[in-house]
Write a protein that binds this ligand. Structure first.
Ligand code: SF4
Ligand code: SF4
Length: 328
């Protein structure tokens, strides 16, 4: 009888959408492997541009709240991303910001260190492969004999999903670990009690350092920093103590410290823990306590060893951080 009851349970309606994204998050949904059978047994995919030939008009025709669960990956970089974020919010009961780009802006969010004008000038004028003597830039609207052509408007700022619409849950990672996705999905399917709206799910409140098994000492000081390729990692000592930037102190755990287990330092894709919401500030404080020189010029030399500190510390999180963007 129990099976019969399960069989008659209506399936969830699920959507997956990408904004300013690389496609990795969509691929990670397919990475659920055999759990895909559980997913399709419990949910009908009603919209997923990478895999299904459904159109925006199909979503517009749905009743509000028709979709039970949407995984929105990617940041909001242009007017199309914003339109779809608002449309899917309207049509969805549980909207999940899926992956680092939707969570805090992700890699596309690094564009907030520059401006739309600078990006366009580089891409359409000064790049080595561009030939554009008339300096023609894309126009959002263009009249041709057949009618008006439109392309999305490129915004100056990249925003996270939560900076554009109300988000129910954030599932971080670049991309999120598939096991975490399945856990969250099955919790929704089974109607389990979910954490409060707005929570980060599928990740821990503790940092990577608290889950990392590399050897750490209490007061290790360093005299310079290295790029990972400049040292021979001993495979067991904390990366920071070897002078290699590791984002562990400023990053939530929950991924299974996979990069570190693969002998690569943490890059910060799970976002900052709740008690240190700005990863750049946290990393600057962690690093400041480790530098073993006192003379200001010497300190500057040590800090200069860190290649692109702002881009490194905010690699996945600039739009969602306190810093948010470079002032212009
Ligand atoms: S979070 Fe990572 S994998 Fe997902 S869309 Fe952004 S860059 Fe790609
Ligand atoms: S800084 Fe990196 S290597 Fe060191 S303990 Fe933290 S996560 Fe592990």
């Amino acid at each position: 009888m129990a099976n019969k009851k399960e069989d008659t349970k209506p399936k969830l309606k699920m959507a997956v959408y990408w904004g300013a994204a690389c496609g990795g998050c969509c691929v990670s949904v397919l990475d659920v492997h055999e759990a895909l059978f559980d997913v399709v047994a419990a949910a009908d995919l009603v919209f997923w541009p990478i895999a299904l030939d459904t159109k925006y008009a199909d979503v517009e025709a749905m009743e509000d709240g028709y979709i039970d669960l949407t995984l929105f990956n990617g940041a909001v970089r242009n007017s199309e991303n914003e339109h779809m974020a608002k449309l899917l919010r309207q049509k969805t009961k549980v909207l999940v910001a899926y992956g680092s780009c939707a969570h805090m802006g992700g890699i596309p969010g690094l564009a907030n260190f520059t401006t739309k004008e600078e990006i366009f000038k580089r891409v359409y004028e000064t790049s080595e492969s561009t030939v554009n003597p008339d300096k023609i830039y894309p126009q959002p609207e263009f009249e041709v004999p057949e009618g008006k052509l439109e392309i999305p408007v490129f915004y100056n700022d990249v925003r996270s999903l939560g900076q554009v619409v109300d988000v129910d849950y954030y599932l971080p990672g670049c991309p999120p670990q598939t096991e975490r996705l399945v856990e969250v999905f099955m919790a929704i399917v089974k109607g389990e009690e979910l954490p409060p709206k707005g929570s980060v799910v599928g990740a821990n409140v503790k940092t990577q350092c608290e889950e990392c098994e590399r050897k750490k000492s209490d007061n290790k000081l360093i005299k310079r920093f290295y790029r990972p390729w400049q040292i021979e990692d001993d495979g067991e000592t904390c990366f920071l103590e070897q002078g290699v930037i590791c984002m562990g102190p400023a990053t939530r755990g929950g991924c299974g410290v996979r990069c570190i287990k693969g002998n690569a330092p943490c890059r910060g894709c799970y976002g900052p823990p709740p008690d240190a919401p700005d990863p750049g500030a946290k990393m600057m404080s962690a690093i400041a306590t480790m530098i073993d020189v006192n003379d200001p010029d010497e300190i500057q030399k040590v800090v200069d060893d860190i290649d692109d500190p702002a881009g490194t510390f905010y690699r996945f999180s600039l739009p969602g951080s306190i810093l948010r963007r470079k002032m212009t």
